[in-house]
Ligand binder design. Sequence first.
Ligand code: AHM
Ligand code: MG
Length: 338
Amino acid sequence: MDRIVTIERHIIDQQREHPEATGAFSDLLYDVALAAKIIARETTRAGLVEILGLAGKVNVQGERQMKLDVFANEAMIRVNSFTGRLAVMASEEDTGIIPIPEPYETGKYVLVFDPLDGSSNIDVNVSVGTIFGIYRRLSSIDQAGTLADCLQSGHNLVAAGYVIYGSSTVLVYTTGRGVHGFTLDPTMGEFLLSHPNIQSPTQARYYSVNQAYEPYWSEGVKAYTRWLQGIGDESDSPALSGRYIGSLVADFHRNLLSGGIFYYPANTNRPEGKLRLVYEAIPLAFIVEQAGGYASDGHRNILDIEPKDLHQRTPFFIGDRGLVKRAEAFISKYDEQK
Ligand code: AHM
Ligand code: MG
């Protein structure tokens, strides 16, 4: 008989494999799942309540900030500030680190997140998502958490995940022991295990890129894309089909389940790319490696990068290991050896 496994049960089962665990980490994961439920409740009602439209603020990236971004950010912060489990947080929506307010105790973990990615898609009913990463703090336990706590390499992650608010709400996470997906039953308010042990498919189907930027790409990225399409000079093209939603979590999730590559390369208008290293690229890179895939900035493993700035951007290639490695090879051949 198939078991019904809630996310709470799953997190506790994983904790049992670590006899030394205090439970703080399990509780933290459960807190993130709770924040996801609060955000899901609002995103699914987005067309019903008067929550759409601009909040009248511009976020730290200089972009228009939607009200639901603000809501999602506050949900994550309010759920996680007062638990004694975190030293510090960082979010796409806040310029600096988010300290734990006095007089609440700090804990040993660090949470970085993008509370609602792809928010420009909300008012056209396109899926959006939350991305998060959890580290152990580097600073000592009796101090406030620091910026350095949030700027760790992805190899230090102890957990990462994302939530997609789509036709259903799905939470995918890993603690370094496989990648597991849970679907929210909205009538019960429970995340139920629906995708145990997700593995990157051996057969890739899709490439996902905003092809409108092609005139601004490097020769390597252009040649690579032709190869993916099956119209390049190189043999062994996979001749993939294209899919691009323009919502990172949705594009990533589809390719994780169906096979393929997502990339947002550098272009002449965005020499650093668009996506953010700390709370977008690194957590997804950790997840994809756990599933047998790979993520790169076009030159090196995303997990090898030591972040310098909370909001730094990076070119990003993620998905099927062979396809991402091939992107590195094209870039090396066409762009680096001139
Ligand atoms: P946002 O942080 O303003 O929501 O932008 C991030 C989004 C990603 O979800 C998506 O992959 C990308 O921007 C799409 O950008 P573009 O419209 O340039 O293709
Ligand atoms: Mg974002």
